[in-house]
Design a protein around this ligand. Structure first.
Ligand SMILES: [Zn+2]
Length: 398
């Protein structure tokens, strides 16, 4: 049997245990800042599976180590333990935390983003051991906190853990990725003059200003880039300072999610938006645009406050890790994700991150989130082959 046939056979043997673990992860809700229970589950599973070392760092990230057989390159597998809210449960056909298995899929919030992939990365280590294929370099499997709201976990991990390359397990349909667009969070605040709803002439209604501003965003010219495609801008959250049905509010705030391509900077985004906002203002109103500050506190008590600016990145097509991974997976040239990941923080810290994981981008953050079990099996095998190839220095130059 060839190495890849051996790995495929062992992936088939491990898939049931992997899916059962993924189901338990889905059944353990873990919103950002509340990952304690799921972190305990990941740690216990790694210990049970015989990892050489398992530790939980100050941010609450779980780090498992498979010690390599020689002096090959080190590799860091990465996913996160948090997820977005399930939203309105009436949109779901299954309980979002049931971890139900039906129609060849594992169902529930975080199945695709990203607990299915987390389980595959954790079970890559027992697969390699069972197959008798020990990577030449150290392999870390990391599950971090708070990826969905600013990346406290990864930003801390990158201060104390290094590797020669990394695999970020966000859903890629088991195709190879070498980067992604960036993301900047912007807050727009519009202030008018509050008043009784029966006397609108005495008030300055901030909703009217907001309407003009939001409509003006539809024809905002967006930057584009030959590799990354176009930047995009989406208003996501709208808040008013008033909850009474018969009061015109004093102010409203709008969150804007700007997905960036190389060459864009937060300062000029603020300027562009401020000009549109100024043009939409009514007499007696004013408005400001600012970059959001992410204030994060992990379940372990670590605090971090940073501007919500995540830069786009792409490894060059001829990067050694891209070349090796393309050869291993044989699925064509590496592409770029449209969404942002913790890979950006790794890249900022000097660790080159590849992207590879089971599941479809379009199944993230939606009702009836689910992941294909066949893809999970493919990811298990892919992870194992990547672990062997990316740690092997024979015949490849970094
Ligand atoms: Zn994710």
């Amino acid at each position: 049997m060839s190495v890849s046939e051996t790995i495929r056979a062992h992936a088939a043997a491990q898939i049931d245990a992997t899916v059962a673990f993924a189901a338990r992860l889905v059944q353990t809700p873990s919103m950002p800042g509340q990952e304690g229970d799921v972190a305990a589950l990941v740690r216990q599973e790694m210990q049970k599976l015989g990892y050489d070392e398992v530790q939980v760092d100050a941010a609450g990230n779980v780090i498992g180590l498979l010690r390599g057989s020689g002096s090959g390159r080190s590799l860091l597998f990465n996913t996160h333990m948090d997820h977005v809210s399930p939203g309105d449960r009436s949109h779901w056909h299954v309980d979002p935390f049931s971890g139900q298995i039906a129609d060849g899929q594992l169902w529930g919030r975080a199945s695709t983003d990203i607990k299915g992939s987390l389980a595959c990365q954790v079970y890559t280590v027992p697969l390699l051991r069972a197959a008798g294929l020990l990577p030449a370099g150290d392999v870390y499997v990391t599950a971090v906190v708070m990826e969905e709201i600013g990346g406290l976990g990864m930003q801390h991990l990158a201060t104390h853990l290094r590797a020669d390359s990394a695999i970020v397990g966000e859903p890629s349909n088991c195709l190879l990725k070498r980067g992604h667009r960036g993301r900047t969070g912007l807050q727009v605040t519009i202030t008018g003059k509050a008043g009784h709803a029966s006397m609108p002439d005495r008030a300055v209604n901030p909703h009217t200003v907001a309407a003009g501003f939001l409509l003006a965003l539809r024809d905002l010219p967006m930057a584009s880039h030959p590799d990354f495609g176009s930047a995009t801008l989406a208003p996501t959250i709208y808040r008013s300072d008033n909850e009474s049905i018969n009061v015109i509010p004093e102010s409203v705030s709008i969150h804007l999610d700007w997905r960036t391509v190389p060459g864009e900077d937060a300062g000029s985004m603020v300027k562009t938006l401020q000009a549109r906002l100024d043009a939409a203002l009514l007499p007696g109103s004013h408005g400001t645009v600012a970059v959001v500050q992410d204030d994060m506190t992990s379940y372990s008590g670590m605090k971090l406050s940073l501007p919500s600016v995540f830069r786009p990145y792409a490894l060059p097509e001829d990067h050694w890790a891209v070349q090796i991974a393309e050869q291993v997976l044989g699925s064509g040239p590496a592409g770029l994700w449209r969404f942002a990941t913790d890979g950006g923080h790794l890249h900022d810290a000097g660790v080159p991150p590849l992207g590879f994981g089971p599941g479809l981008e379009e199944h993230c953050h939606i009702a009836d989130e689910r992941i294909s079990i066949a893809q999970m099996e493919q990811a298990l095998a892919g992870n194992a082959r990547l672990a062997l190839a990316l740690t092997d220095t024979a015949g490849a130059t970094p």
